[in-house]
Design a protein around this ligand. Structure first.
Ligand code: IPE
Ligand code: IPE
Ligand code: MG
Length: 247
């Protein structure tokens, strides 16, 4: 397996990506925004493929935020169409390559046709073990936390747990990402220095990597560059350098 200069045993377990910049990519070329989104799906394919081939276990893709519903109707419709088509086309490849699909976010808001193919892919791929792709659709980090608080409050009310049982691990387990470990690396394309309501609970010690590259231009080389940079980072988790040296 080609490793592109990466250290095999220091790869991130979980990579999360805020796939941003499709609109600007299109505008720079005098194309419609939706053409930018279409081009962006090619980068999704590339990223999934390389993650799988490198042996990364989890890849979270922020594809549509709760706030993105406020975009012009035509753009939302176009995005939903592209999503449906992507899921349709990729099904076979996911099975062939052992990719498991899961979705997070408020699925109820998605058009029925998207929900159908999404549910089918999730159910078809549920026993695949090579790579788990977590697709964030109509997702918001705060929405995730609100839902988690409600779920836990319900359990307390029903007498299924005590107030004193609530700790970080219980909260983590009740978020939409449940048993999936926190991202080690969060990549954002298009240069914006913000989280835009993506993972909030899940990223306390995640390494952030922001590149000016627009999402449709995010190639295999760009992804490798991000991973190489991740491997140069020193993750201290609050400790001192000396403590880290002592192991
Ligand atoms: C990211 O690209 C895709 C979604 C948010 C759905 P944008 O559409 O946000 O592209 P810019 O930020 O306008 O360039
Ligand atoms: C974040 O991008 C959402 C996704 C990539 C799905 P946006 O383009 O919506 O973010 P803002 O509005 O610039 O913060
Ligand atoms: Mg954007």
């Amino acid at each position: 397996m080609e490793l592109y200069g990466l250290e095999k045993n220091r790869l991130p377990t979980h990579v999360a990506i805020i796939m941003d910049g499709n609109g600007r990519w299109a505008r720079l070329r005098g194309k419609s925004r939706i053409e930018g989104h279409r081009e962006g799906t090619a980068s999704v394919r590339t990223t999934v493929e390389l993650s799988r081939n490198l042996g990364i276990r989890y890849l979270s893709l922020y594809a549509f935020s709760s706030e993105n519903w406020n975009r012009p109707h035509d753009e939302v419709e176009g995005l939903m169409g592209l999503l449906e088509n992507y899921l349709e086309v990729e099904q076979e490849r996911m099975m062939r390559e052992g990719v498991r699909l899961v979705a997070i976010g408020d699925r109820k808001r998605l058009p029925a046709s998207v929900r159908r193919v999404l549910d089918r892919n999730i159910s078809l791929t549920r026993n695949n073990t090579a790579l788990t792709v977590i697709l964030a659709l109509s997702y918001s980090g705060r929405g995730d936390i609100v839902k988690t608080v409600r779920d836990i409050a319900r359990k307390v009310k029903a007498g299924q747990c005590e107030l004193a049982d609530i700790d970080e691990s219980m909260i983590a387990a009740n978020t939409e990402t449940g048993p999936i470990p926190d991202p080690d690396l969060l990549i954002r394309t298009s240069g914006e220095m913000r989280i835009s309501n993506f993972f909030l609970w899940q990223i306390p010690y995640t390494e952030l990597y922001i590149t000016p590259t627009l999402w449709p231009d995010f190639s295999e080389q760009q992804y490798i560059k991000a991973l190489l940079e991740f491997q140069r980072r020193k993750r201290r988790f609050g400790k001192t350098d000396e403590q880290l040296l002592q192991g």
